[in-house]
Design a protein around this ligand. Sequence first.
Ligand code: CAO
Length: 563
Amino acid sequence: MATEIRIPDIGDVEHVEVVEICAAPGDEVAPDDALIIIESDKASMEVPAGASGVLTSLAVAVGDAVTEGDLIAVIEVAGSAAGPTDEEQAGDVPAEAPPEVSEEHEPPAAAVATASATPEPGPSSTVEIRVPDIGEAEDVVVVEVAATAGQRVGEDDLLVVVESDKASMEIPAGCSGTVLEMHVTEGVAVTEGTLIATVEVEGTTAALAPPPGGQGAGPEAVGTEALRSAEAPTLPSPPAAQPAAAAASEPTAAKPSPGSRIYAGPAVRRLARELGVDLALVKGSGSRARIVKDDVKAYVKDAMSGPVGSAPARSASGSGIPAMPEIDFSRFGPVETRALTRIRAAGAANLQRSWLNLPHVTQHDEADVTELEAFRASLKDEAERRGVKITPLAFIIKACCYALKKFPTFNASLDAGAGSYILKGYYNVGFAVDTDEGLVVPVIKGADQMGIWELSEAVVDLAGKARDQKLGMDDMQGGSFSVSSLGAIGGTGFTPIINAPEVAILGVSRLAVRPVWDGAAFEPRKMLPLSLSYDHRAINGAEAGRFVSHLCELLADIRRLSL
Ligand code: CAO
């Protein structure tokens, strides 16, 4: 059954703008999934699908001016026997929209107090600015505090931005004066009536009307504008007038003064918070300098590629990388906090350091190990007699030593200034071992001097020590190249992180039998996926390609290991 989704009641506003499209035809949507985001001068709101099904068509585009009842989209509701209600058929509300919509026809509390503020000459007085009617919205938090104590504000100057799961709203001062105190900070939860700020209205007697019905606030409280979240989809009215101060504070690349306006929808604000981006520093490319997701992404890109100390970088953490926001996940469901083991924490720091400092590229290839596997199988009885487990890893380490000798820049480190290679005349191969405590990388010293039996013994011995937490510092130092084998686990390829200050690491995935064309017919061959990550400062792509090709040749014909 096809259901038409239309623009819900948007209060007194005649038209709102579609600022974001959140779903595309063909998408499966749930009732709570946002289809579009609409925005008036003062608030933005996600319009949810209101029904489960597949989005068959979208009738709006970014930039469209829409009004109540306009068609947004058509959803093919899966397996629904129930027909739409009369209201839905009339297009008043999306199917399954919450019942609160029946209240929509009341004029929103929006701007009532603001509009009725008629300052008259007289002595100063203190006005309390409180959170206005926020409809049925729950979990409303302050996401931005835009004014500070001592700041002069105009009626329309922004004090805070609050946000629920579905909508965000700017709360302006609603009167002119000096902020005496801001009573909220970013991240605090607020409800209707929560005290936001106290403002001294100078030289006037503030004849400000109480909020409608006297709800929540005292006689001097200024009701500003109602936030109706998507659960009660009503957008507040635009302000009666735009004071000159607000017009002068259009966002620019430089941080605007507190109180100036940031136009951004909830999805954009959420993205900015996730990336640790201060929206005040982002230049909006939308209408009225509204910030869209692409602006935030472009800002992050600039910050990452710009010179250290450039304006965007200064706003980020010391390393120039935007800090990750701290999120209270318990807001979304039950959580458990578990400390990282010492090994995992140390590994995490090393991996991050390598990932951030070394430009990683991964070269993928496949080695035909059919003959190698046949040879390995033929050693089974002897291996049992010797009490040694022989896996492909020993052959791979052996082949790596050969390849490293042929391509010495892979068995190297870069000096601190990255002006020269430090080529190593030893072949110490580390291999990643997965233990209960985390990942460790013991090193087989002088691996090039060992035969397959010796290498197999070394792997078993060091892996056992690693799992029993018996490795000494010496067992883990002095590596010149590393191998990370996930072959026993599975996968067809991955991006191993270089064990810096080494310059390359070989990832090994699970071998599989594949049909390989031999020029006349398809032959079943055992193919071993290899993934070589390398530091692109030290190694060119062509060199990496040659290194892996050579490795594949060696593994395809292990007689070459004796040449
Ligand atoms: N394809 C198919 N099978 C493979 C294989 C591959 N590439 N590599 C190993 N196998 C097989 C082995 O032959 C063995 O089979 P049998 O018991 O039938 O002989 C089985 O898988 C188990 O091998 P293993 O894991 O005991 O031995 P290994 O030498 O292959 O690996 C070690 C040893 C220590 C590297 C491994 O146990 C390990 O910890 N791997 C995880 C490494 C890791 O976490 N890497 C990710 C790090 S992040 O970059």
